[in-house]
Design a protein around this ligand. Structure first.
Ligand SMILES: [Zn+2]
Length: 164
């Protein structure tokens, strides 16, 4: 059976809303983990943060602290930390949200759908077979901020309690 399409109507806020002048990934990278920045884990060279306009609950991103959009120009130690954080994010999501699968990857360039083409970021989207059944429950945009805070706490704790 094909994977049901994701439906995330609150993304219209993002599509229609004014984009901040600054780069939100740089802003998030500058500070410690917080509910405001949605950063759940800060590494040495890269951080893990929740997507404010998620395709699914627990939609995480891994971004280097440095504002760089060119994957080939990314220093190897930074790339290795991003790869390591991506794997750890899958581990923490597995432990805290019990997903049945993941979409994980990177959009390179605007033509490929990169929302912030100047700052590399990997997406990790947990998936459940029942995606389309419970998504309408979250469809009301007013529900999303609370959902984000709850998910942030869960994943922040997950990273803090991570073993191995
Ligand atoms: Zn940036």
């Amino acid at each position: 059976m094909p994977t049901p399409p994701l439906w995330a109507p609150w993304r219209i806020d993002y599509i229609l809303g004014a984009k901040p002048d600054g780069c939100f990934l740089c802003e998030a990278a500058a500070g410690p983990p917080s509910e405001e920045s949605l950063v759940v884990h800060r590494g040495e060279r890269a951080s893990v943060l929740l997507n404010r306009y998620p395709y699914a609950p627990g939609h995480l991103m891994v971004a280097p602290h440095e504002h760089v959009g060119d994957l080939l120009g990314l220093d190897e130690p930074v790339h290795l930390e991003c790869a390591s954080l991506l794997r750890r994010a899958v581990g923490v999501l597995s432990a805290t949200m019990n997903p049945e699968g993941f979409n994980a990857g990177i959009n390179l360039g605007e033509a490929a759908g990169a929302g912030v083409p100047g700052h590399l970021h990997w997406h990790i989207v947990p998936r459940w077979r029942a995606d389309t059944n419970f998504m309408p429950m979250l469809a009301d945009v007013r529900v999303v901020p609370e959902h984000l805070r709850t998910t942030w706490r869960k994943l922040r704790t997950g990273f803090q309690e991570e073993t191995g």
